[in-house]
Design a protein around this ligand. Structure first.
Ligand code: 5AD
Ligand code: SF4
Length: 444
């Protein structure tokens, strides 16, 4: 049975976890003989790998699914599949098929590994496939991957989340925390290094709680083991929960030459009252102590964060606490969000929802403050020569780009293909968060 003449296009929304899962969907389709294309109009199979963390992520995906109606009408044998976090929400699959009856396959976050069967069923039985399961405790190994982020390779370490922050939909759509077997993680890392990958990013909703369900290892042990793999590569990990950041892990990161000196540590808010309502299990004082400890071990570590404004009942004074924390920590970067009510989460039904005009005003003040810090930190790079791992080519800017150990992005010209090389770049111009420079030396 050959479907070799078919082309597929995967449209991905959301976080790194989804980007990596799209690499698995691509791996499954490539193994079946399909070819990837970048344009949905050229595709016989379009897969939407969706996100539901905020309402706008859902709106965008629904808008793009809806936009395919005409194309599907003109090309009836086209297959449209929708999966990911959005479809895993309770009752959503029915809602989706009511709204977009032309969608052929609906699958969830727990059965992506069965995607080949869904495609075969759709092609052979010509029936719609709706399969969203609740998942179990097992991790399915061995799914093929068509990696798309060379020289960076994503490696899952744990799945799911047990934290139930009161605003967050993730625990409902990703299930409970499950750690992957350490041996499987290490052999995947070794394979990546053998294949010439220069950066490994360990992935999980909460990587620093890795191993809690295994009982014989923790994330610090894993960092140590991955760092012991021989080869010229960098190690990163994301994302972390402040309540699970141990001194042992900080020490392991500090000791490891391979691990980048940067950490993403979402704080969410600077007000203790709001942190409590968010069910975050730490105070601003706890967070500031962690920052201090991180800097004690690694004085130059870059700490980045996620911050939310407009959580229910947030007052001007709560928000000032957030600004004050941002002022104190001097983050190397911050992803900022307006709180978005998610159906089924405790926060969605709390009294005191904040009007969007107020949240918008707050987020602008927060972004302005962080932008000023970004500019200040970027300026300190001027005339310095830094080591960058070249990650890609930005065709719009006509320049290569890559990051230093602190995660700071730099753009530069190159006469030869520099992707996957460590290059020394002299910084000649700084703007907002990113840097412009000239190549001073090309490594091997
Ligand atoms: N509204 C806005 N932002 C949210 N996040 C998670 N849930 C919500 C929500 N309901 C943010 C958090 C998290 C990041 C990945 O997304 O800041 O760290
Ligand atoms: Fe969501 Fe909190 Fe889990 Fe992060 S730790 S995925 S914010 S519930």
């Amino acid at each position: 049975m050959a479907y070799y003449d078919k082309k597929y296009c995967i449209v991905t929304y959301g976080c790194q976890m989804n980007i990596h899962e799209s690499e698995k969907l691509g791996g499954i389709l490539a193994e079946m003989g399909f070819t990837a294309v970048n344009d949905v109009k050229l595709a016989d199979i379009v897969v939407f790998n969706t996100c539901c963390i905020r309402e706008n992520a859902e709106k965008r995906a629904e808008g793009n699914i809806g936009a395919l109606k005409k194309l599907k009408h003109a090309k009836s044998d086209m297959i449209i599949a929708v999966g990911g976090c959005m479809t895993q929400q309770k009752g959503y699959a029915e809602k989706l098929t009511d709204k977009f009856p032309f969608v052929d396959i609906v699958f969830g976050t727990h059965n992506l590994e069965d995607f080949k069967d869904f495609i075969v069923r759709r092609l052979e039985d010509k029936k719609h496939v709706i399969s969203v399961s609740d998942g179990d405790n097992r991790i399915k190994e061995g799914t093929p991957k068509l990696r798309s982020s060379f020289p960076n390779g994503w490696v899952n370490v744990n799945y799911g989340c047990n934290n139930f922050c009161s605003y967050c939909i993730v625990p409902y759509v990703r299930g409970r925390e499950k750690s992957r077997d350490m041996g499987a993680i290490l052999s995947e890392c070794q394979e990546l290094v053998d294949a010439g990958y220069k950066e490994i990013t360990l992935l999980g909703q909460n990587v620093n709680s890795y191993g809690k369900d295994l009982g014989n290892a923790d994330f610090a042990d894993l960092i140590e083991k991955v760092s012991a793999i021989e080869g010229d590569f960098r190690l990163r990990f994301m994302t972390n929960h402040p309540k699970d950041l141990s001194e042992k892990l900080i020490a392991a990161v500090a000791k490891s030459d391979k691990t980048c000196k940067s950490i993403h540590l979402p704080v969410q808010a600077g007000s203790n009252r709001i942190l409590k309502l968010m069910n975050r299990h730490y105070t601003r004082e706890d967070y500031l102590k962690e920052v201090e400890l991180l800097r004690k071990y690694m004085p130059d570590i870059a700490i980045s964060t996620d911050i939310m404004v407009g959580f229910p009942t947030e007052t001007e004074s709560d928000f000032e606490d957030t600004l004050d924390l941002v002022r104190q920590v001097k983050f190397a970067g911050a992803f900022t969000f307006v709180y978005s009510p998610r159906k089924g989460t405790p926060a969605a039904t709390m009294d005191g929802q904040i009007p969007s005009e107020i949240s918008k005003r707050r987020i602008i003040r927060l972004i302005d403050m962080q932008n000023a810090e970004n500019r200040r930190q970027s300026k300190a790079y001027l005339n310095r020569t830094i080591e960058i791992l070249c990650e890609g080519f930005d065709s719009r800017k006509g320049k290569y780009l890559g990051r230093d150990t602190y995660g700071r992005m730099a753009y530069f010209d190159g006469k030869t293909n520099l992707i996957g090389k460590f290059v020394k770049v002299k910084i000649t111009k700084t703007g907002g968060i990113s840097l412009m420079g000239e190549v001073a030396d090309i490594g091997e």
